[in-house]
Design a protein around this ligand. Structure first.
Ligand code: ADA
Length: 565
C-alpha cells in the first residue's frame, strides 16, 4: 500500500551553519512548510541559502519496514526516522528511496535535514554557474510504501515493447526485494483482462523476466497516445496473492535510429519542440499539475510534439501528462557546462551515475520518454570528457537498451565523442552569441546550420540523426523598438522563425528544441549583464506564460511542418 506524505510539515531554516554540527533530533522545527515546496521560492526565505529541517510524522503497522520515496530533495539531504540516520542524497532533482526498518510503535517521526548551499565537496552535481536558479527544499512528492515483514516482494516492474510491439509483445521485468528464492510464482494482468499465472527463475540482480502479449494491443503515438496497464503480484503455488499488487502504466511504441533518421513505430519522425524548465515565478521549480497542463496546451497550440526536459530529471507527474497527451520527451540527468575539474572528480562521477540510475528507474515505463540525455554542454571537445561519457552511455544502455542516448554539445564542429552516442545534438546560437561586429546577425542562422550539417556528413556521421537541441535569442516581453534590434520581441520572433524554418526544411535535421519555452530565473552578479532582470529571457512566452511575438512566428512554422512533413 502506498500513501502520500504530502501536506504541511514542520520546518526550521537554520541558515549558514555547518551541517555536521546539527543534531536533527535535538533541533526544533517551529515553523510550517508545505511539501512539496522550494522554501527559498517563498517570500520569507527568497534567495536565502543554508541548512533547513523539514519534519513530519507517519503511521505504519508495527514491525513493518517501510519505503520512503522522495521525488526530489534539493540540493543535499540526510534522512532520519525516529532520530536514526538512514540515508544521504546529493542530487536535488533525482528521485530516491529510503528503506526504514520496522519498529514496535505505529507513529514514526521523519526528519529531513537539507541544504541548498553550493559545496563542491559535498554536492558536486550542483554548481553556482548554472544558468538557472537552483532552489532548496523537498521539491517533489513524498510517498510511503509499507513492505512485508518477511519474504520477497515486487520492488519495481519494467515493461519494454519488443520489435513485435504491434501485436502487443512486451518484455516484463520484475525486480524483487526482501529474501528472494531461486524461482518465484507470480500473476500478471493487463488492463481489465484475465489474470495469468507464471513461475520463473530469478536471475542475478533479483530480476525475473518474461515475454507476454497484451490483449487488445493498441500502439502509442503522439496522435494516438493509447496507454495500457500491467498489474503484477507475487502468489503462492496455488495462485493465492502474497503482498502488494504493483502497477505499471506503459505504451506500445518503439524508437529507433536508422540511416541518419529517427523512426517512431517504424515511421520517420520529425521533432518540433522546446526546451522547458519546470518553473513558475510563484512557486519556483514546484509547479502544479494545472500549470503543467497549461504548458502542454500551449506547446500543443504551438504545433509541438517534443519537449526537452532541461536540464535535470523530470517530475513524474509531468511525464504522466506527456504520456497522456502524446508528447515525446528527452529526459536528462542534471548537468550544465561541466569541465575537467568536475568531470574527473570521483564524487561527481559516483553521484552522476547514481542520479542516472534513479532517473531511469523512475521513468522507465513512460512511453513519452524516447531519449536519455546527460551532461548538457560539457567540455566534450576535450579528451578528459571521454571516460565520463563512456561510463554514462554504458550505464544507460545496460539499464535500458530500448531508448536512444545523447548529450547536447556546444562544440558542433570540434566535439570528440560523437561515436559514443545514438543522436548528435547541437546547441548553437548563431547571430545571438558570436556575432559582434556583424551587420546582419540574423543572416548567420541558416548558413551556420548548413555548415554544421555539412561538417557532420563530411566527417562520417551520416548514419546518426542530428537534432538542434538548443537555438534561440532573448526577447523582453513588451519591448518594442523601431530598430527591431536585440531584445525586442520582433527581433526574437524573426530569429526563431528563421531557426525553426531552417531546421524543418533541412534534410539532415531530425528535429529542433528551441531555446526556450518560457523565461526563467537565473543568477545575478556578473551574469546579469547579459541577463536583464536576472532572467534568461529567451522564452517564447514570458514567465507568466504571456506570449511574445515569437509565439505566432513559431506556431506558423511548426504547424506548417506538421501538416507537410
Ligand atoms: C546554453 C545552455 C542553456 C542556456 C543557454 C543560453 O546553451 O544549455 O541552459 O544557458 O545556453 O541562454 O545561453
Amino acid at each position: 500500500m502506498t500513501t502520500s506524505l504530502n501536506g504541511l510539515w514542520d520546518f526550521e531554516f537554520l541558515g549558514d551553519v555547518a551541517v555536521e554540527a546539527i543534531d536533527p533530533s535535538g533541533t526544533a522545527a517551529t515553523g510550517k512548510m508545505p511539501v512539496p515546496s522550494a522554501f527559498d521560492a517563498l517570500p520569507d526565505y527568497a534567495g536565502r541559502r543554508g541548512a533547513a529541517i523539514y519534519r513530519t510524522r507517519f503511521t505504519a503497522s508495527p514491525n513493518h519496514p517501510v519505503r520512503l520515496e522522495f521525488g526530489a530533495v534539493s540540493f543535499w539531504c540526510r534522512v532520519y526516522v525516529d532520530g536514526m540516520f538512514l540515508a544521504e542524497h546529493a542530487c536535488g532533482y533525482s528521485p530516491f528511496t529510503v528503506d526504514v526498518p520496522g519498529a514496535a510503535g505505529e507513529t514514526r517521526e521523519l526528519t529531513v535535514l537539507l541544504d541548498n548551499r553550493f559545496d563542491f565537496a559535498r554536492v558536486p552535481m550542483h554548481e553556482e554557474y548554472f544558468d538557472f536558479y537552483q532552489y532548496g527544499g523537498i521539491l517533489r512528492e513524498v510517498t510511503l510504501r509499507e513492505l512485508p515483514v518477511s519474504g520477497p516482494f515486487v520492488d519495481a516492474v519494467q515493461v519494454t515493447p519488443t520489435a513485435d510491439f504491434r501485436r502487443g509483445e512486451v518484455e516484463i521485468s520484475l525486480f524483487l526485494g526482501g529474501t528472494v528464492p531461486a524461482t518465484i510464482a507470480f500473476t500478471t494482468r493487463f488492463d481489465q483482462g484475465a489474470i495469468q499465472r507464471h513461475q520463473a527463475a530469478v536471475e542475478p540482480g533479483n530480476r525475473v523476466r518474461i515475454t507476454l502479449c497484451v490483449p487488445g494491443a493498441k500502439p502509442w503515438s503522439p496522435d494516438s497516445p493509447h496507454l495500457h496497464e500491467l498489474a503484477a503480484a507475487l502468489c503462492d503455488q496455488d495462485g493465492r496473492p502474497r503482498g502488494d499488487t504493483v502497477k505499471a502504466r506503459f505504451g506500445l511504441r518503439r524508437i529507433e535510429s536508422r540511416q541518419g533518421a529517427l523512426l517512431l513505430n517504424g515511421e520517420k519522425l520529425q521533432l518540433r519542440g522546446y526546451n522547458r524548465h519546470e518553473w513558475h515565478p510563484s512557486c519556483g521549480p514546484c509547479t502544479s499539475p494545472m500549470q503543467m497542463v497549461a504548458d502542454l496546451q500551449l506547446l500543443r497550440d504551438l504545433g509541438c510534439n517534443f519537449v526537452r526536459g532541461c536540464h535535470y530529471p523530470q517530475d513524474q507527474r509531468f511525464l504522466d501528462l506527456c504520456d497522456e497527451f502524446g508528447f515525446l520527451v528527452w529526459e536528462e540527468n542534471l548537468g550544465w557546462g561541466q569541465r575537467e575539474q568536475t568531470l574527473t572528480d570521483p564524487k561527481f562521477r559516483r553521484d552522476h551515475l547514481a542520479a542516472l540510475r534513479e532517473m531511469v528507474r523512475a521513468s522507465f515505463n513512460h512511453p513519452s520518454v524516447i531519449i536519455w540525455g546527460f551532461l548538457n554542454e560539457a567540455g566534450t571537445n576535450q579528451d578528459y570528457a571521454r571516460p565520463v561519457i563512456e561510463e554514462t552511455v554504458e550505464t544507460l544502455r545496460a539499464l535500458d537498451p530500448s531508448r536512444l542516448v545523447t548529450y547536447a554539445t556546444m562544440f558542433p564542429t570540434t566535439d570528440k565523442h560523437y561515436d559514443l552516442v545514438d543522436i548528435i545534438s547541437l546547441n548553437i546560437y548563431p547571430g545571438w552569441y558570436e556575432c559582434e561586429g556583424v551587420e546582419h546577425p540574423l543572416d548567420l542562422i541558416a548558413p551556420r546550420i548548413e555548415e554544421c550539417m555539412a561538417y557532420l556528413d563530411a566527417h562520417c556521421w551520416v548514419d546518426k540523426p542530428v537534432l538542434l537541441s538548443e537555438i534561440g535569442a532573448e526577447g523582453l516581453y513588451g519591448w518594442h523598438d523601431p530598430h527591431n534590434d536585440f531584445f525586442s520581441e520582433e527581433h526574437q520572433a524573426e530569429y526563431l522563425r528563421r531557426a525553426a524554418s531552417a531546421a524543418m526544411h533541412h534534410p539532415r535535421c531530425s528535429g529542433i528544441a528551441l531555446w526556450q519555452f518560457c523565461d526563467v530565473r537565473t543568477y545575478g552578479g556578473g551574469r546579469s549583464i547579459k541577463r536583464p532582470r536576472t532572467f534568461n529571457n529567451k522564452g517564447t512566452l514570458d514567465e507568466y506564460r504571456r506570449p511574445k511575438a515569437a509565439y505566432r512566428a513559431v506556431r506558423e512554422v511548426f504547424r506548417a511542418a506538421k501538416s507537410n512533413p
